[in-house]
Design a protein around this ligand. Sequence first.
Ligand SMILES: [Zn+2]
Length: 68
Amino acid sequence: MTTPPTAPRRTVAYAVGSGTTRRGVRFVVVSCPYCRRRHTHGDPPDATDYRIAHCKRGEYRIERRASR
Ligand SMILES: [Zn+2]
């Protein structure tokens, strides 16, 4: 198990809401672990990449609570 010497600041942000704009673009709202505010991101169907927080304090991967 190795740790990169310059590990980027990454964590998980939990989705607190989602929706679709009038133009049909899906989005997801997350509770930011860095600034405790909410940020809205585009919501591609298979979003597993890390996103840069809008507050520029770090990155996070959006985690959705299982709701099936
Ligand atoms: Zn933030």
